[in-house]
Design a protein around this ligand. Structure first.
Ligand code: OOG
Ligand code: NI
Length: 463
């Protein structure tokens, strides 16, 4: 029996091999990421592995895919369900991006810490919103929905195997092989000609809409390796002559601990695709939709920590616009140095980031009674705090990544109110609950605190 995590690891590996053949620049990115990680491991030693073992980090990828209808999204959820990946987080990119990005998104990922440690593969998954009148007028919406209703992204055999894997918590060797082949194939770039007139009609509204609804299949948009030093990666890629987007998205480089997620990407590459022209003939064209992205992960922030982070980014925007000649990275570093606690201990004590707590091997051994508060336990050396890694995404960065890779702005009719979507709507569309990332981190933290309390006999007051 091949278990869900083995299927997940194998799927991630095969997808990576497939994508490396389709987009050779991705292979370069993976090579450079490996160089960076080896360098960090040499220079920082054990500290380099504080946010994940080098084994996990080297294998770690996230993918991005885009689908057109709730029905397609439900099918995606079945395939990822077979791999032990569940929808976490709701991201509304329609508001976050200045260009037209008519999608709402979630990320499918493992949720248990043991599962994440085995293989943390995650897929940022976006759903087109044809019902949003700011982007689609009634006529275009109807044409788009008809087009989407008439395509099949995932063969029935794949879905049947997915359901079996999820129900039985694994597949036999033969079924696993078949399932993995079909699953990887479903995300390959199709060689079927793209209807040029239809693609361009959608492109006028949004390049993302055209990529999703202008073709009869889906494909991986990007696969993202994880690096331990993203500033170094950015320099190395630039030195190799690869043009990166202007900035690294997310929190700035600074002297304190890495938090949340920092990401950057290189511009979408022109890929040769067959096009069916208006007169019915097929020519060779080029579309720019797929790009390369890389990320560095830090500690998960609590709601309060996240509010502080978001507030600092808002202040940074204000400062940057009032001082157009100032260096944004410098402004950011200064703001963070002033307002963000620069040690794990302070982040923990101020309730700004998530940690798991464990009895300290060198805790007081003089027979004194431990305090009952987790902060006091930490301050007095009874417990140590291990950071919980941020496993999710950031809407503003996601919008920045989408946007920096669009050639046109698209269009948006702001006279209309946007269609309203939220996490509950997305849960109904998927037919599975979209989990709240904060709640997952908090549960993990609370479980460790309960365990410490049990070990110290705090809960029942016994010695
Ligand atoms: C997804 C863009 C967002 C990320 O890592 O934030 C994303 C897409 O382009 O489909 O992948
Ligand atoms: Ni991404």
């Amino acid at each position: 029996m091949i278990s869900p995590w083995q299927l997940r690891a194998s799927f991630a590996q095969r997808l990576s091999d497939m994508y490396g053949k389709e987009v050779p620049a991705y292979t370069t990115l993976v090579e450079v990421s490996r160089e960076v990680n080896e360098h960090v491991l040499c220079t920082r030693g054990a500290d380099a592995e504080r946010l994940g073992s080098i084994g996990r980090v080297t294998a770690e990828r996230h993918g991005a895919i885009r689908v057109g209808t709730p029905g397609e999204l439900r099918q995606v959820a079945r395939i990822f369900g077979a791999l032990g990946m569940y929808p976490v987080g709701f991201y509304d990119l329609r508001e976050a991006a200045a260009s037209a990005v008519p999608v709402v998104s979630t990320a499918f990922r493992p949720v248990e810490s043991e599962e994440l440690a085995r293989n943390p593969f995650r897929v940022f998954t976006s759903l087109l919103t044809p019902a949003d009148p700011r982007f689609f007028d009634p006529e275009l919406r109807a044409r788009l929905e008809t087009f989407l209703a008439g395509r099949e992204l995932f063969p029935a055999e794949l879905l049947t195997l997915a359901d079996r894997a999820e129900a039985d918590k694994g597949l036999s060797d033969t079924d696993a092989e078949r399932f993995l082949q079909l699953a990887v194939r479903a995300f390959e770039l199709s060689s079927e000609p793209v209807d040029q007139e239809w693609y361009e009609t959608l492109e006028e509204v949004s390049a993302v809409a055209a990529d999703i609804g202008g073709v009869r299949s889906t494909h991986v948009n990007h696969l993202t390796p994880r690096v331990l030093d993203i500033d170094d990666l950015y320099r190395r890629m630039t030195d190799r002559g690869i043009e990166m987007i202007d900035a690294i998205q997310g929190p700035p480089r600074w002297q304190g601990p890495d938090v949340l997620l920092r990401q950057t990407s290189f511009r979408a590459l022109a890929e040769t695709r067959p096009l069916r022209t208006r007169d019915g003939s097929v020519t060779s064209g080029a579309l720019r939709v797929r790009f390369g992205e890389v990320e560095a992960r830090g500690i998960a922030l609590t709601r309060r920590g996240r509010a502080l982070h978001d507030d600092l980014l808002t202040r940074l925007d204000e400062q940057a616009s009032s001082q157009p000649h100032a260096d944004r990275a410098e402004l950011a570093g200064a703001l963070w140095d002033e307002h963000f606690p620069d040690s794990e201990q302070e982040l923990a004590l101020q309730g700004l980031a998530y940690f798991t707590y464990h009895l300290a091997p060198d805790r007081p051994g003089d027979g004194s009674r431990p305090p009952t508060d987790i902060g006091d336990l930490l301050r007095q050396g009874w417990v140590r705090a291990e950071p919980i890694v941020y496993e999710d995404f950031l809407p503003r960065s996601a919008a920045g990544i989408f946007q920096s890779n669009l050639s046109g702005e698209g269009s948006r009719n702001t006279a209309h109110e946007g269609a309203a979507y939220d996490s509950a709507w997305l849960s109904r569309a998927i037919g599975r609950e979209v989990l709240d990332p904060f709640a997952l981190y908090e549960q993990q933290q609370n479980r460790s605190i309960a365990e410490v309390a049990r070990e110290l006999h705090l809960a029942d007051g016994r010695d």
